[in-house]
Design a protein around this ligand. Sequence first.
Ligand code: HEC
Ligand code: HEC
Length: 327
Amino acid sequence: MSTRTWDLPLRLFHWGLAASAVAAFLTGDELTRGRAHVVLGTLAVGLVAFRFGWGVVGEPTSRWRAFTRVHTLPAALSAVTALALVLGLALTGVLVLGGEEGRGPAAGLVSAPMGIAVHSVHRALAWAGVAWLAVHLAGVAKQSWAERRNLVRAMVDGRKGVTGPAVRLRTGVAVALVAAAPLVVALPDRAPAPLQRPVAWDRECGDCHLAFPPDLLPARSWDAMLASEDHFGEFLGLDPATADELRAWATAHGADAGETEHAVRIAATVDANALPQRITTLPWWEGIHAAVPLGDEPRTRCADCHPDAERGSFDARAAHPEDRRET
Ligand code: HEC
Ligand code: HEC
């Protein structure tokens, strides 16, 4: 009968990874996605990095050299799978963050459509993690029964009935610090650089309503709008040179250019023959705001609810009134 012993750093790693992975899973949905989710995911990566380091300089029973000796084959495969899942989730997570939100280390390197595509892989890996956890828990229960020993408790107090080697906590702390160092660089949340816009866009389009970011309508819509004399009953009176400048810029950054997550979603849901002139009647816009109590508030006043609308940012978290009150 094998007698397991887990040193303290390894036990802290185990429960830290369990807690951060579960919490990351719970904060992963569209709305709560954000700082908490990214921080928890980063923490999990740091813990995995620690585990690799600890496998080199840690207690003898935690070393990679002893890995197949202290684990049964299924247990060894299971542990490696868990580490691989976390790394896969971290890698895809960075790509999603960069592609969809324009944030994090991959901002500017990954296109919005790519970010959206990788998002399904990220989600699939997260559910694979749930499946893994179910198998893991079943395995622990089965093994506890076979060994007549509570392995969960052993993972808490470590040295059940065994006098293991002295726990070299100081080494553990040192490895943890080294593993955490890169995270300090990765963590700061770099906001996406706002799209540079012509001065004339703010001047000519920002008087009566928000100077809408151009990625909210397809290029052909801007083309038609800026060529028209009648702007929702108003006369824009643009001089031809300005009209040309604005049209060239807006059409280059229209929804069909797919530069942001919502641009990709808008382009995908607008009828190819349609020439929408309103953002607020796009199926995409109505879908997102279906559950938002709009009341009598003019829908075009995006900035009333989206504090960063001027910069082209419509973060759902910032838009929620209950969240707004908190900040
Ligand atoms: C003189 C005032 C005025 C100016 C200047 C103006 N607009 Fe408008 N715009 C309006 C009005 C009025 C509406 C209709 C608003 C409503 O129904 O709530 C509108 C609506 C819009 C809409 C549709 C909003 C929606 O989703 O319902 C877009 C897009 C738009 N304007 C773009 C522009 C652009 C681009 C410019 C600059 C070239 C511009 N506007 C300049 C008055 C103006
Ligand atoms: C009365 C408040 C209100 C107004 C006005 C409003 N929104 Fe929103 N918007 C919200 C809320 C609340 C959400 C979050 C919905 C949810 O929970 O998914 C949201 C979500 C969004 C999202 C999705 C954000 C994300 O992170 O997924 C976009 C994009 C957006 N709005 C764009 C606009 C634009 C463009 C306008 C103006 C034409 C506008 N909104 C006007 C309240 C508003």
